[in-house]
Design a protein around this ligand. Structure first.
Ligand code: SF4
Length: 326
């Protein structure tokens, strides 16, 4: 069983071995390496119908990158050869990737929990009715972006009119049984701050979201996840443009909590990019920092080894700030 251990050697790899995150781990006597990999996260494309201001992938309508059927087959083969308890499909907007139904149907027997990320709005478009039926039938858990119960804040981050469409879709999902107790159809909401500050405590935020959504719109959901914005991609550009980058990084560094390191998702998750390459997490994927430091394609690897070092850079401080991002 994997656990955080005191630093025994210098094996934790980093793009810059002297990056501040690495130094902070070392000064706290910590080593960040991989344990049993129980979650397979698949980023199936950067194509999205929205272009949110905080997106670390810089997904949007103009992006062409989507996973091919061949790469999907490689991923399915990889999932068969390894034992994952959770498979997490993200993007971009997975809902609008061609062959998403093929991927879901083939992955479903291979893990006890399959999750699909959604921005909610994409589920209202095109052929999404059939996809929702399939998700319901396969009991795919939906993890949906819903940054705020405040229309103005949410629209400022995600685009004009997105909040109203999101509320409509949440009602529709409740109508299908998503988010309701006893249905086995999990509906998780994801919230992130509108600017260069840390999120409020997850339990407090969940109580507020549950109360507001139930009282004002009769909406229920399973649980809320809150996370800090990662200083990468579009959010990093905004931080730099607005003159907030240094102050935000300083806030993340000064909020470093060594207690979060044991539960970091990179210890138990492997990420596969739309073109089939391996990364320790979706953030390293967005930053172009590959698993093990060298590009490794899914078709070249059969099983994952425990104990491999995790690649790090200074944006990792967003995962260890406050109560952390696990
Ligand atoms: S960004 Fe977070 S999840 Fe990714 S390697 Fe760094 S600490 Fe781990």
């Amino acid at each position: 069983m994997f656990s955080v251990r005191k630093k025994l050697n210098n094996s934790t790899k980093a793009r810059d071995p002297l990056n501040t995150f690495q130094k902070t781990l070392t000064s706290n006597g910590l080593l960040l390496d991989r344990g049993i990999t129980s979650t397979l996260q698949i980023n199936i494309g950067h194509l999205c119908n929205l272009a949110c201001k905080h997106c670390h992938v810089e997904a949007g309508p103009g992006r062409q990158e989507v996973m091919s059927r061949q790469t999907m087959d490689d991923v399915i083969h990889f999932a068969r050869n390894n034992s994952f308890s959770v498979i997490d499909i993200t993007g971009g907007a997975p809902e609008i990737v061609p062959d998403i139904a093929y991927l879901l149907e083939n992955l479903c027997p291979l893990a006890s929990k399959i999750m699909m990320r959604s921005n909610l709005v994409a589920l209202l478009e095109g052929n999404s009715g059939k996809l929702l039926d399939l998700c319901q039938q396969l009991k795919i858990a939906l993890v949906v972006s819903f940054p705020s119960t405040n229309r103005g804040q949410a629209d400022a981050q995600r685009g004009e009119g997105v909040w109203d469409k999101s509320i409509s879709m949440l009602k529709k999902l409740n109508g299908l049984g998503y988010g309701l107790k006893g249905t086995g159809l999990d509906l998780y909401l994801v919230s992130n701050p509108a600017g260069a500050f840390l999120p409020v405590d997850q339990c407090t935020a969940e109580r507020k979201f549950k109360g507001d959504l139930a009282r004002k719109w009769g909406i229920e959901f399973t649980a809320l996840y809150t996370f800090a914005n990662i200083p990468l991609g579009r959010f990093k550009k905004w931080l730099e443009k607005s003159g907030n980058y240094d102050a935000y990084m300083q806030k993340l560094r000064s909020s470093f909590n060594p207690e979060t390191v044991e539960g970091l998702m990179c210890r138990s998750l492997i990420n596969i990019s739309w073109d089939g390459y391996l990364y320790d997490c979706d953030f390293n994927m967005a930053a172009g920092l590959p698993y093990s430091g060298e590009p490794v394609h899914i078709s070249e690897i059969k099983v994952l080894e425990n104990g491999a070092p995790v690649m790090t850079d200074d944006y990792c401080f967003a995962c260890t700030a406050g109560t952390g991002f696990t």
